[in-house]
Design a protein around this ligand. Structure first.
Ligand SMILES: Cc1cc2nc3c(=O)[nH]c(=O)nc-3n(C[C@H](O)[C@H](O)[C@H](O)COP(=O)(O)O)c2cc1C
Length: 397
């Protein structure tokens, strides 16, 4: 579908990106992108958690320059944020992952690309050029299919394999269901017909539930994936400190603290709330990243101060792709980096390495009856789909 809100890529702001995206896609795609699991409490807590922190600027530090550069698993990146893996970019824009990869790669931003990309991992690698890229693996019902994906990623020059472990089955996503989202037949999984999405959750009808052909998501499988290639292993979807510790014992070089953007287990904790204990548990033996509701440069400052080495950006990248294709993603990443740099200078820091725990303190409790998160307002506001009816229900993501 052709996005119409083309002007966002020229003059948009971080503040009006979500609305520009909403005007660019039909209701069903919007429900798919925005939706969380169940009653969406985890989705909301991801934002509430950021509101509980404040950044206390250190003044008169004489900052005259600011450097966002860092390294992730030894790879030089231009900033401590990355494109989090999200499926089927062509659902929001026909330019697909190739547009995202071109924009991120040109800026030296790490892109993590999904097993369920609508373009092949090889095509994405080619478009990224020398830019940093990692491959996200959804474990497959047949281990050989997982193994072959990892080998392909290694051959195509990906720098790490990110195994998502919070998805033994898909969460129950009412908003997606209500919006009638189903993938168009035309949008194939770019990595080939043998590749499967995580299975749908169980259906209960009074007896024990079977999970059909769900993949085995276990320590045993994770260990086996680690042996398939020489790529460093990253474990995504960690919330408990003991999971992080065990992942590192199993050879993970990094963990991503994440609740899948509130799309899996509802009432799981906010990713930001889970971060400090994971950082403590890992105790410098691996890198720790965070994703979930990072929207502003100042959110990134809070996460970095609480111990994340980098933050992942999920929905906003899809919004930018919807609103402006490759130029939209490039503008979004630049704006995000600009705002992060600005926040750092105002906080009295000239580099990412100088962001320490002392920069943040808990915010005083908000008065009860505070306004709901903007994403929820935008998503529940009456929509006027521009392209309603274009997507034929076929199969489910
Ligand atoms: C539409 C959509 C598709 C996603 N697809 C994947 C995926 O294929 N693999 C994966 O590991 N995570 C996936 N995620 C989760 C993201 O990687 C990330 O954890 C989450 O979006 C971060 O929260 P945010 O959207 O609030 O930034 C998806 C998220 C969304 C919104």
């Amino acid at each position: 579908m052709r996005p119409r809100a083309g002007s966002w890529a020229i003059s948009g702001t971080l503040g009006n990106l979500e609305e520009a995206a909403r005007r660019s896609v039909d209701e069903r795609i919007w429900g798919y992108i925005q939706g969380g699991a169940g009653g969406e409490r985890t989705l909301r807590s991801n934002e509430a958690a950021f509101r509980r922190w404040t950044v206390w600027p250190e003044l008169l530090t004489g900052v005259t320059s600011v450097d966002l550069g860092t390294s992730l698993l030894g790879q030089v990146v231009s900033a401590p944020f990355f494109v989090a893996p999200t499926a089927y970019h062509r659902e929001v824009n026909p330019e697909g992952e190739l547009a995202t990869a071109a924009a991120a790669g040109a800026l030296g931003i790490l892109g993590v690309y999904s097993t369920l990309s609508s373009d092949s991992l090889e095509a994405i690698a080619e478009t990224t050029g020398s830019g940093p890229r990692w491959f996200q693996l959804y474990l497959q019902p047949q281990f050989d299919v997982s193994a072959e994906l990892v080998r392909r990623a290694e051959r195509a020059g990906y720098g790490a394999v990110v195994v998502t472990v919070d998805t033994p089955v898909l969460g129950s996503r009412d908003r997606q269901e209500e919006s009638g989202f189903a993938l168009r037949q035309a949008i194939a999984v770019g990595n080939g017909p043998t590749v499967r999405s995580p299975a749908r959750g169980p259906t209960w009808d009074g007896g024990p539930c079977r999970l059909g052909d769900a993949a085995e998501v276990s320590w045993k499988t994770l260990n086996a994936i680690g042996r398939v290639s020489s790529l460093p292993l990253v474990v995504k979807g960690v919330l408990r400190p003991e999971t992080a510790r065990r992942a590192v014992d199993a050879g993970a070089r990094a963990v991503i603290v994440s609740n899948h953007g509130g799309r899996q287990l509802d009432v799981a904790p906010a990713a930001l709330d889970a971060l400090p204990a994971v950082v403590d548990a890992v105790d410098g033996r691996a890198e720790v990243y965070l994703d979930g509701r990072v929207r502003r440069g100042s959110d990134a400052v809070v996460a970095l101060a609480l111990g994340a080495r980098a933050v992942g950006l999920g929905r906003p990248v899809l919004w930018a792709l919807a609103a402006g294709g490759k130029e939209g993603v490039a503008r979004y990443l630049r704006l995000f980096g600009t705002e992060l740099a600005n926040s750092l200078v105002l906080a009295g820091r000239s580099s990412v390495g100088q962001v320490d725990r002392g920069l943040v303190r808990p915010a005083p409790p908000e008065p009860t009856g505070a306004s709901p998160p903007s994403e929820d307002r935008a998503a529940t506001a009456p929509t006027r789909p521009r392209h309603a009816g274009r997507h034929l229900p076929s199969r489910r993501a």
